[in-house]
Design a protein around this ligand. Sequence first.
Ligand code: GLU
Length: 316
Amino acid sequence: MSQSTGHRPVVGRFAPSPTGRLHLGSLVAAVGSWLMAKRSGGSWLVRIEDLDTPRVVPGMAEDILRTLETLGLVWDGEVLRQSNRTHLYREALDRLTASGRAYQCGCSRSEIAQISSAPHGTSGELRYPGTCRDGLPPGKPPRAVRVRVDNELIRFNDCIMGEMSENLAETCGDFVLRRADGPFAYHLAVVVDDVLQGVNQVVRGADLLASTPRQIHLQRLLGYQPPDYCHVPLVTAPDGGKLSKRDAPVSLAEGVDIHSCGAVLIHSALTFLGQPIPPLLRRAPLREVLEWGVAHFDPLLVPRISAPFPEVALPY
Ligand code: GLU
């Protein structure tokens, strides 16, 4: 179960991967997490998740930060970058290895595909059949480090999506924490960073709902208190399909003057999130739109299903 933040001040965060400009989906996650933190007088951190180096696009972290600032989504404290923090992920991995929870695996993807007759996990990946659980077969070099999962239901109560549960042994099996000589996996880095930054509320896109049980599993093994989770619905393309990079860029489409469009975008993000913001506020200064959100944001009104972003009549 996720833990209630009770009377602790909320510490929320937005953790973009700098693989492109801020798009409409990440705008919604940023607005949702900022409002959920600010409505209760909490703080809001920004962390750049730049571990997956081949996908990182130079200059995008700065572009995202500038866009957030221009939209009035100002963060507290310094912006952390995961690429500077690998020693912390190594320490956590060493702890899991020392306790026998993490182990080396020598299987390639095609070997796993051949052996695994199981259905694919929720994120479409193959379920690991446990080949190297009891030690690397002779002559097989290690390719990755995996963590053991247990055959049990992991439950949590998402403040938007409701009661969720998953048995990791049935869906993904023992999952990868580090590829051989490669970067640490997102799941490991995110739980280490969230706990070290004191984050107790995670608001992010529903595409990460399927990641949450894995992260809760790691939090339990490492003795960390899970944050509260709120997964906001995904933005789809206008026809309901997957949003492509072309439909989405907030940062907005080239040539868009983000300064004059900020209020309209935040207004539309609030509408997308089910908040009854008065239409008149579309023409209000950005500060007023944000203030309305801080005063009125109600997570119980956020819809659970993906939808297109409201038509944005940008004043350009
Ligand atoms: N870096 C992830 C992304 O941009 C988000 C991770 C998270 O919020 O936990 O999709």
